[in-house]
Design a protein around this ligand. Structure first.
Ligand code: FAD
Ligand code: NAG
Ligand code: NAG
Ligand code: NAG
Ligand code: NAG
Ligand code: NAG
Ligand code: NAG
Ligand code: NAG
Length: 523
């Protein structure tokens, strides 16, 4: 009885101290509010009727939409830069953990989940986009989605685009600050290779641009993850040229249709092809005829040119796929974005402005880099493993082209020359529950372990935007540097050391921290 009472008491006192600190935190926010931009209408406490819907609106992995998941004691939906400044100043004053959320697509929910009491600085209201065709640039706020960016460019020009991710609901804040790749990366590199200025609020609450933040910090927030360094308010991007007509295709081959031979050939050519051509490869398992499980390879492509040119490139470089004119669809660049995210061609372009994801699932992702083609014997083993596990699939995104030309230290993202492809492991499911969750997560871990001989080593590289807490977690205590180095080297290779130096300089108190943030140097 007594222990139970004690636990109750402890819980109660924790709760009251939490709400007490929440109360004085709110006072601080109100006190730091400018009369012209009242902060009160941006504050959602847990007893506000809209709190749950605001929280859930940008939960993009249902794994973190459970009653067991710790909820923030407050959500601040910033309406103005001054609200960000108030959040940073007051959170430090009250020693509170802040999480920053833009589009909420973090694979591990890092932008809206924490192990300790916390609040969310939610950026979705700050989403203006200004496209300037004359200079071929745009200013894009962190709360904008990629779909909004693509649409606003399309409104002004049919021959401009931007190299960023494939899913239109992904947020600019996390995507750009963590790297950002898409199907034009072989021609134009990553999103971060095309960023020319930024606005950030630093740990002192100062609103800085490229000039006032300096080249070190500007370097860090182009791939090193914004959340370790400050709150990114906006980025200025350099638009890229796209032809008026592009061509897309999607072709599948099962094992019975010689998928192994074709995949093997893809490995020889995918990173050496004409850089106008990007062919993604997905390996998964399907029920074949007579219900026998079989392997399937899906080839999805974007070609920056017309179908005649594409067919001639394919005939020369990759005839094994047997691509026919009837497999190809010529369309506009903006429509190709829809095709790639599984909307039928012809869907109105303004569907890109929708903030409601096409599907929401429970999921787990992991990543790897392939340096050398996997042998046919290796591919056979991988198919066998995929069929055994059944519900986990592999997506290969080819490198080469522009990706191989940009130096590994140009921005924090280090995976440049010498890569054949990046792999994404994916398991999706549709029901809650611990055993189901464990089952699917375990599938991805089993496959990841199995893939060890075929992928990069020392370090086994990983892509920061594909956040994977299996690579290590930071408790942000005394061992923070040591813990950070474990995942930091995988995500950033030699660039990790420079990120740590910059972090130590701009945020020595480690206010901007999370489960996989950049640590400060141990003193
Ligand atoms: C369906 C789906 C498709 C995807 N497709 C691609 C793809 O094609 N290419 C690709 O590269 N990646 C892709 N990703 C991964 C995606 O790029 C990352 O998850 C990215 O971090 C998401 O950004 P966000 O703003 O939506 O996420 P959030 O969850 O809001 O943020 C992610 C991280 O960035 C931090 N952060 C967010 N906003 C700010 C800010 N304003 N200032 C400082 N820190 C901030 C957060 O604190 C968190 O640590 C995809 C993810 C999903 C779920
Ligand atoms: C309000 O802010 C002022 C300075 O901006 C400070 O002196 C004062 O102590 C603050 N009051 C509270 C209650 O935080
Ligand atoms: C919830 O919070 C918002 C933002 O502060 C406010 O506008 C709204 O009136 C609040 N609703 C309730 C029921 O308290
Ligand atoms: C998230 O959880 C809440 C509360 O259980 C539920 O009402 C909501 O439908 C869930 N969201 C999704 C997209 O399933
Ligand atoms: C698969 O390859 C074999 C041998 O190269 C060939 O005879 C056969 O026609 C191919 N099958 C298909 C469906 O292309
Ligand atoms: C194959 O069919 C079975 C029975 O309908 C189903 O349970 C299973 O999920 C299917 N597998 C795949 C990979 O589609
Ligand atoms: C794509 O191209 C094929 C072959 O030319 C054509 O049959 C099909 O209708 C096109 N699809 C769409 C959605 O336009
Ligand atoms: C999870 O547990 C339930 C109930 O015990 C069971 O019916 C279900 O098969 C389990 N699912 C998995 C994937 O283990």
């Amino acid at each position: 009885m007594l222990p139970l009472l004690l636990i109750l008491l402890v819980c109660l006192s924790l709760q009251t101290s939490e709400s007490a600190s929440s109360g004085s935190f709110i006072h601080c926010l109100l006190n730091h509010s400018q009369p012209s931009h009242p902060i009160s209408s941006a504050i959602y406490t847990t007893n506000n009727g809209s709190y749950s819907s605001v929280l859930q609106s940008y939960i993009r992995n249902l794994r973190f939409n459970t009653t067991e998941t710790r909820k923030p004691f407050l959500i601040l939906t910033a309406l103005h830069e001054s609200h960000i400044q108030a959040a940073i100043v007051c959170a430090q004053k009250h020693n509170l953990q802040m999480k920053i959320r833009s589009g909420g697509h973090d694979y591990e929910g890092v932008s809206y989940v924490a192990e300790v009491p916390f609040f969310i600085l939610d950026m979705f209201n700050l989403r203006s986009i200004h496209v300037d065709l004359k200079s071929e640039t745009a200013w894009v706020q962190a709360g904008a989605t990629l779909g909004e960016v693509y649409y606003r460019i399309f409104e002004k020009s049919k021959t401009h685009g931007f190299p960023a991710g494939v899913c239109p609901t992904v947020g600019v804040g996390g995507h750009f600050s963590g790297g950002g790749y898409g199907n034009m990366m072989r021609k134009y590199g990553l999103s971060v290779d095309n960023i020319i200025d930024a606005q950030i609020v630093d740990v002192h609450g100062r609103l800085l641009n490229r000039k006032s933040m300096g080249e070190d910090l500007f370097w860090a927030i182009r791939g090193g993850g914004g959340a370790s360094f400050g709150v990114v308010v906006s980025y200025q991007i350099k638009l890229v040229r796209v032809p008026e007509i592009v061509t897309v295709f999607k072709v599948t081959k099962t094992l019975e249709q010689n998928a192994t031979d074709i995949v093997y050939k893809w490995e020889q050519v995918a990173n050496k092809l004409d850089e106008n051509l990007f062919i993604r490869l997905i390996l998964d398992v399907v029920n074949g005829t007579n219900k026998v499980k079989t392997g399937r390879a899906t080839f999805i492509a974007l070609f920056l040119g017309d179908s005649e040119q594409l067919l001639s490139v394919m005939k020369k470089s990759f005839p094994e796929l047997g691509l026919q004119k009837s497999d190809c669809n010529e369309t506009s660049w903006v429509q190709s974005v829809l095709f790639w995210t599984n909307f039928p061609l012809g869907t109105p372009n303004d569907v890109l402005l929708s903030r409601i994801p096409q599907v929401l699932t429970y999921f787990k992702r992991k990543s790897d880099y392939v340096k050398e083609p996997i042998s046919k014997a290796g591919l056979e083993l991988i198919w066998k493993k995929l069929i055994e596990l059944e519900y986990v699939l592999l997506t290969f995104n080819p490198y080469g082209g522009r990706m191989g030309e940009i130096p590994a230290e140009a921005v924090p993202f280090p995976h440049r020359a010498g890569n054949l492809a990046k792999i994404q492991y994916a398991a999706n499911w549709n029901v809650a529950g611990k055993n189901v969750t464990d089952y699917y997560i375990d599938l991805t871990r089993k496959l990841y372990k199995f893939m060890t001989p075929f992928v990069s080593k020392n370090p086994r590289e990983a892509f920061f935007n594909y956040k994977d807490l299996d690579l290590g977690i930071n408790h942000n205590g005394k061992a923070s540097y040591k813990e950070g180095r474990v995942y930091g080297i995988k995500y950033f290779k030699a660039n990790f050391d420079r990120l740590v130096k910059i972090k130590t300089k701009v945020d020595p108190g480690n206010f901007f921290r999370n489960e996989q943030s950049i640590p400060t140097l141990p003193n």
